[in-house]
Structures are given as structure tokens and as C-alpha cells.
Design a protein around this ligand. Structure first.
Ligand code: FMN
Ligand code: SF4
Length: 434
């Protein structure tokens, strides 16, 4: 079942401009929300069942309700860092429909009475940053931002901040440090950003897709939005599908749609009749699933029951022609490079895992190394300051658990190849013909 809310009109030329957005009903929900009492607005957001689309799936309205009331400066920060491998949905939302995000963000800002707000966008998104800059300027010119918007008495500012290309700056507290002009290192929690966030002020941090869903919630009402999807997974979800599929791209579906329908129906499945070997359901940091799991519903609870997670909503499909060792190598290389180094299990564990997979590739590993590698992943999970360490340990640990035979076979093959090569070199050096 496909439902389009976020992607309604998405391919219409010029939708990124305020005129086309408004011609398609844009900025009609903002004045409605501004007439609501703040507590009623938060009740509406909570009742919609919208869960955060950035990775953790925390209920959006509940997070907004944690923001303390009072005269202190409060902030909404939109997380547009989008660096999780396989995830590219926020890019399309920003590029093609930036005003939907801005409208949703202003409604969230009004709900918690945040007058100063930011969108933090990943450094590599140059074109998207320019589009957002232009859209913010248009919104300001038309009175959607600024003082006393729509005569509501609410003053609201929005600024765009650029990252510099670090995955860890997508982690919400690393993002806050970076936004404050410091090195982007995760902070110890508690205190949570809702109480002590940007410049120590109460801060609501939400993903691009989460905030972009808000105008639809006001339009449909909490009940109308909650009626889409399945229990505890309300609404539609953008799913980035990549890897070995015939039609990679972003697809909007009602939560609860079967994963098989997503991978085979929408994305066309692997090319040339090849079979799915495994797939990551929520970006590269989630536990890998196999072809046996293809009928799992694509929603928070079903994926959790299958032992994995919906994460950022990015399916990466790996077909039977790919090597799991190569996959583990790429994962370990990425996460060890992106570890901020603040805590030992992540800093040492990611680096060490990368070198162990390198040894398998070079032919110097033994089957016992696989047990040690699996044990190291267990030691990382749950022992780090933020979940970047787990983000490597969960996929690698699950790859070893589910494809052990293949790892062992590759260890054996690569050892034999290396020994043969060494013997040949030795013979050549000694002038012996073997
Ligand atoms: C290492 C790491 C990277 C993350 N990267 C992103 C990201 O790029 N975008 C994002 O929205 N959330 C990311 N998150 C999740 C955020 O910390 C946070 O949960 C999210 O922005 C909250 O928004 P939501 O409730 O709307 O999902 C990341 C988390 C971790 C641990
Ligand atoms: S888990 Fe990794 S990225 Fe997160 S704080 Fe520790 S070292 Fe830094």
C-alpha cells in the first residue's frame, strides 16, 4: 500500500519555491496551528503517534512535552546531518520541498515557544543548503518568519548552519556541540537536550522527515494521521532503498507495509534473477536480516521483533554475488574512521575490528580470530557513550553470527592463497622450481 503525504506533489517543477508550495496548499496549516493553545497542539502531536524518523523512533509529541515552560530561551534544532550510510530521504525532502520542512519546524517552534531555531545540514549537502537558504529567505519575506507572524504575537527566527562532514555530528549532542562552534563530541546524557541543550537552553531536536510530517498531522488531525500505518507505528515513512536492487530510490509507504513489497515490489529486487543474501532494514548500523525475514512488516515493532530496527528507514539490499567479508570491511572502515575517539570501547573496538577484517582479506587470520572478533562486538554493545560503537558492532556481530560459514571459508581460501604466494616467492628467490 502506498500513501503519499510527504511526497505529495514531490516531482512538481518549482515545488521548492514558496509560490508553487502555496499553490499546492502549503502554509495553510501554520495559521491553524498558531490559533491553537500550545498544550492542545502538543496533545495533537502526541495523539498522532508520530515517532522520530532520525533513528531512535522516540514519540515526537512526548519529546515536545518534556520541554520546560518558562521565560528561558528555547530552541528547535532540525537534524539534517543525514550521514547514515544508505540514507538519502532528507536530501530529497530538502531539495524538492524545503517549505514543508520550514512550515513543520515553525509549528513545532510555536508548540514549545522557541523563538530561535536552527537547521543543521551536513557539510556535503551544498546544493541542498543553497535551496534551504533561498527558501528561508522567501519565508522571511512573506512573513512566515519574523515578528508577530500571522498576527499571533509569536516571534520566530530560523537560521541554517552547515556541518563540516562528520558522521558523529548527526548524533544529537555532538550536533549541539558543533552548532555551538566546538568540536562535535557527544555529551553525557542526562541531562537530555529537552532540559539542557543548545547553549544550555531547553532544545527540541528532530529529524527533517519528522518535522516535515507536522503539516499533514494538522491537516488530517491526530486521529486521521494515526489511522495510517499500524499499531505504534503511525503514518507514512520514506524508505531509501539502495544496494542490489533494480530501482533504487526513495519510496513513501504506510508503516507496516511488507518488506518484500518494498524490496521486490517497489525497488524491483536484485538484478538478473539473483537472490537476496541479506539486507539492512534501517541503515548500515542495524542488525542484518536475511531472505527469511522478507515478509516482516516494515514498522518499528515488527522489525524489533525480528531482532533489528527501523533506524533511519534505509534498506540496503545485498545479493548473493557479494562477499560478507567485503561488507564487514567497508562497515568497519567507515565506523572506525567516524568514531570521535572519546570512549575506549568504540575508539579501540572499531579500529581493532577493522584491522581484524583486513587480516581476513590478507590471508593472515585464523578461524579463532572470528570468535575473538565476535566477542569484541559483544563487548562494545551497550558500553559506549553514544551508540556509534553499537552501530558498528550490531551489523558486524550479526554478519558473523548469520554468515559464519562464509567467513570461515574466506579465511581458509585467503590463507591458502597467501601460503601459495609465499611459497612461490620463496621458490623464486631460491631458484627452485615447484
Ligand atoms: C552516530 C549517530 C548518528 C546520527 N545521525 C543522525 C542523522 O544524521 N540524522 C538524524 O536525524 N538523526 C541522527 N541520529 C539520531 C539523533 O541522535 C537523534 O536521535 C535524532 O536527530 C532525533 O530526531 P527524531 O526524534 O526526529 O528522530 C544519529 C545518532 C547517532 C548515534
Ligand atoms: S561511542 Fe564512539 S563516537 Fe560515541 S562518544 Fe564514544 S568514541 Fe565517540
Amino acid at each position: 500500500m502506498t500513501d503519499t503525504l510527504l511526497f505529495e506533489h514531490i516531482d512538481e517543477p518549482g515545488l521548492n519555491t514558496i509560490d508553487v508550495y502555496m499553490a499546492r496548499g502549503g502554509y495553510t496549516q501554520l495559521p491553524i496551528a498558531l490559533k491553537m493553545k500550545r498544550e492542545d497542539l502538543i496533545t495533537e502531536l502526541t495523539g498522532s503517534g508520530l515517532r522520530g524518523r532520525g533513528g531512535a523512533g522516540f514519540p515526537m509529541g512526548r519529546k515536545a512535552s518534556f520541554i520546560p515552560k518558562g521565560d528561558m530561551q528555547k530552541y528547535v534544532v532540525c537534524n539534517a546531518d543525514e550521514s547514515e550510510p544508505g540514507t538519502f530521504k532528507d536530501r530529497e525532502l530538502i531539495q524538492k520541498n524545503p517549505h514543508q520542512l520550514i512550515e513543520g519546524l515553525i509549528i513545532a517552534a510555536f508548540a514549545i515557544d522557541a523563538t530561535i531555531n536552527y537547521i543543521y545540514i551536513r557539510g556535503e549537502y551544498d546544493q541542498q543548503a543553497d535551496i534551504l537558504d533561498a527558501a528561508i529567505a522567501e519565508a522571511r519575506e512573506r512573513g512566515m518568519l519574523g515578528e508577530n507572524i500571522f498576527g499571533s504575537g509569536f516571534d520566530v527566527q530560523l537560521e541554517l548552519a552547515r556541518g563540516a562532514g562528520a558522521y558523529i555530528c548527526g548524533e544529537e549532542t555532538g550536533l549541539l556541540d558543533s552548532l555551538e562552534g566546538k568540536r562535535g563530541n557527544p555529551r553525557l546524557k542526562p541531562p537530555f537536550p529537552a532540559n539542557e541543550g543548545l547553549f544550555n537552553g531547553p532544545t527540541l531536536i528532530n529529524n527533517v522527515e519528522t518535522l516535515s510530517a507536522i503539516p499533514s498531522i494538522i491537516k488530517l488531525g491526530a486521529e486521521g494521521y494515526a489511522a495510517i500505518g499500524v499499531k505504534d507505528s503511525a503514518g507514512t515513512k520514506l524508505v531509501s532503498i539502495s544496494g542490489n536492487v533494480q530501482r533504487p530510490g526513495n519510496y513513501e509507504v504506510a508503516l507496516g507495509t511488507s518488506s518484500r513489497e518494498l524490496i521486490y515490489g517497489l525497488a524491483g529486487g536484485p538484478p538478473d534473477g539473483r537472490k537476496v543474501k541479506c539486507w539492512f532494514p534501517g541503515g548500515s548500523s542495524t542488525v542484518v536480516l536475511t531472505a527469511d525475514d522478507l515478509d516482516v512488516g516494515y514498522d518499528y515493532d515488527s522489525l524489533e521483533a525480528a531482532g533489528s530496527a527501523l533506524g533511519s528507514g534505509a534498506i540496503i539490499v545485498v545479493d548473493e554475488t557479494q562477499s560478507v567479508v567485503e561488507l564487514a570491511y567497508k562497515l568497519a572502515k567507515f565506523y572506525s574512521h567516524e568514531s570521535c575517539g572519546k570512549c575506549t570501547p568504540c575508539r579501540e573496538g572499531t579500529r581493532w575490528t577493522f584491522h581484524m577484517v583486513e587480516r581476513i582479506k590478507e590471508g593472515t587470520a585464523t578461524p579463532m580470530d572470528l570468535d575473538i572478533m565476535a566477542a569484541v562486538q559483544d563487548q562494545i554493545i551497550g558500553h559506549c557513550l553514544c551508540v556509534l560503537g553499537d552501530a558498528m558492532a550490531m551489523p558486524i556481530g550479526s554478519l558473523i553470527a548469520k554468515f559464519r560459514d562464509e567467513f570461515e571459508a574466506e579465511i581458509e581460501t585467503n590463507r591458502n592463497a597467501r601460503e601459495a604466494q609465499l611459497a612461490a616467492q620463496f621458490s623464486a628467490a631460491e631458484g627452485i622450481t615447484v
